[in-house]
Design a protein around this ligand. Structure first.
Ligand SMILES: Nc1ncnc2c1ncn2[C@@H]1O[C@H](COP(=O)(O)OP(=O)(O)O)[C@@H](O)[C@H]1O
Ligand SMILES: [Mg+2]
Length: 417
């Protein structure tokens, strides 16, 4: 077989090279078992890998495209693959099934399939119609867990005359991420390429993507937040050594909200400058996970108006509040809410943060303020660039989270003693 692309009946298919960004052309046929395409936003990673999967199918390779959440696939990877086949002028060589979410090559039966990692049953059972699975493309791999990677690696075991490949694409959100640990031991800061027999790492940025408009380009360059500039404009690993919470990610939790039974509600008071901030959490103690199902982030509300909002937000559940405002707590109670004062006590900030750090935090995508706080909450840096154990940044919702989980955190500490 070698690396030549197999001719496909009825005649050889010719695809235009200029349908690809030049920086990716060398990697159309590259055979490392592990391949990483990472870097800035808009750098053409997804479009390239979709196009490559299409060409691969024409040569008989079967690709499984995975993302963390099945629902996101149709709007992203599936459309991207379809567009790529169109752009390359080969869509007519495929049978497409939107319901099954598959593309099947009319000539050799090879398939491109799509899978959400939340679809546990399917992970084990999904197999191409003809021949083995040869490729997995993990899109937005930073959303995925290390455990997912291990599952997928299992799927690629087994003999085949095709060399098998696991390819990942993502933005380098944090050096604390398992992807960094797993693949970047030999990576030089600022490099564009790492290559050995088994591993390929390619870093690209929007500057490598000649298909962007000038407006797109300007928008990327104009990013002023240093973290976002580094990760999404320059495509360099995010420096989050000072970040307090690394183990969190966002998901759509609307499905969970109705089922959640371990609810915890916390409230941090505020009025004008500082908002009143509340969270509704679901704690999965066994798995060590906390889900941020919903948030309130309100300015300028009287306690009476706040109580109205909280009634809907918390229902009959107790609301653990900042104890610094006993008068407000009393007022909420007189308005019929089960408002409790957090006990705080010595070191409660430190203990609360440690307890949260020990959990995997999953935030509903609509909780934008919570995400912003988790993202920007950092340890204070000392003059030498090291970190002091003093957290800085907006922490209204983070405080609400600590209050909400205070009892759980205490219980855990009591057990640990
Ligand atoms: N080969 C290509 N042909 C046409 N347009 C492209 C190509 N590569 C990238 N683009 C354009 O650039 C945009 C960003 O590319 P994308 O692959 O989504 O970037 P990334 O995945 O790196 O964030 C795409 O939405 C598309 O408009
Ligand atoms: Mg992409």
């Amino acid at each position: 077989m070698g690396t030549a692309r197999r001719a496909v009946a009825p005649r050889r298919i010719v695809v235009p090279r200029d349908a690809f960004n030049a920086c990716y052309l060398p990697w159309l046929d590259t055979r490392q078992a592990r391949q990483v395409f990472f870097g800035g936003a808009g750098s053409g990673k997804s479009v390239f890998l979709a196009g490559r999967a299409v060409l691969d199918a024409l040569t008989g390779r079967n690709t499984l495209v995975v993302r963390r959440v099945a629902r996101t696939l149709r709007g992203s990877c599936y459309n991207e693959v379809r567009k790529a086949a169109q752009r390359l002028g080969v869509l007519r060589h495929f049978r497409e099934s939107r319901t099954e979410m598959s593309f099947t090559c009319r000539h050799n039966g090879a398939q491109i399939l799509f899978l959400g990692l939340d679809d546990v049953e399917k992970i084990k059972s999904l197999t191409p119609r003809s021949g083995p699975l040869t490729d997995i493309w993990m899109e937005e791999a930073t959303e995925c867990r290390y455990h997912d990677l291990k599952q997928l690696e299992k799927r690629l075991r087994g003999r085949s005359r095709h060399k098998k490949r696991l390819t990942m694409s993502f933005n380098p959100v944090s050096r604390g991420h398992w992807l960094y640990r797993e693949y970047f031991a030999g990576w030089q800061e600022g490099a564009r390429l790492y290559k050995d027999d088994d591993l390929l790492i390619v870093r690209t940025t929007h500057r490598d993507n000649r298909f962007l408009s000038d407006d797109d380009r300007r928008a990327y360059e104009a990013e002023r937040d240093p973290y976002y500039h580094r990760v999404y404009t320059l495509g360099e690993w995010g420096e989050l050594s000072g970040q307090v919470f690394c183990g969190w990610h966002a998901e759509d939790l609307s499905g969970l909200a109705a089922r959640a039974d371990q609810l915890r509600i916390g409230l941090d008071f505020g009025f004008s400058q500082d908002p009143a901030a509340a969270v509704r959490l679901h704690l999965d103690r066994k798995r060590g996970r906390v889900y941020v199902l919903d948030e309130l982030y309100l300015r300028g509300l009287s306690n009476a108006r706040l109580a109205e909002r909280l009634r809907v937000f918390a229902g009959d559940h107790p609301i653990v509040c900042d104890s610094a405002e006993p008068k407000s707590i009393a007022e909420l109670r007189s308005l019929g809410l089960r408002a409790l004062a957090a006990q705080k006590g010595p070191d409660s900030l430190r203990h609360g943060i440690r307890f949260l750090q020990g959990l995997e935090i999953i935030v509903d995508r609509r909780c934008t303020h919570t995400m912003a706080e988790l993202q920007s909450y950092r340890w204070r840096q000392d003059a030498s660039g090291g970190c002091l154990p003093i957290p800085e940044g907006d922490d209204h919702l983070i405080d609400a989270m600590r209050y909400a989980l205070e009892q759980d955190s205490r219980r855990q500490r009591a057990q640990a003693l």
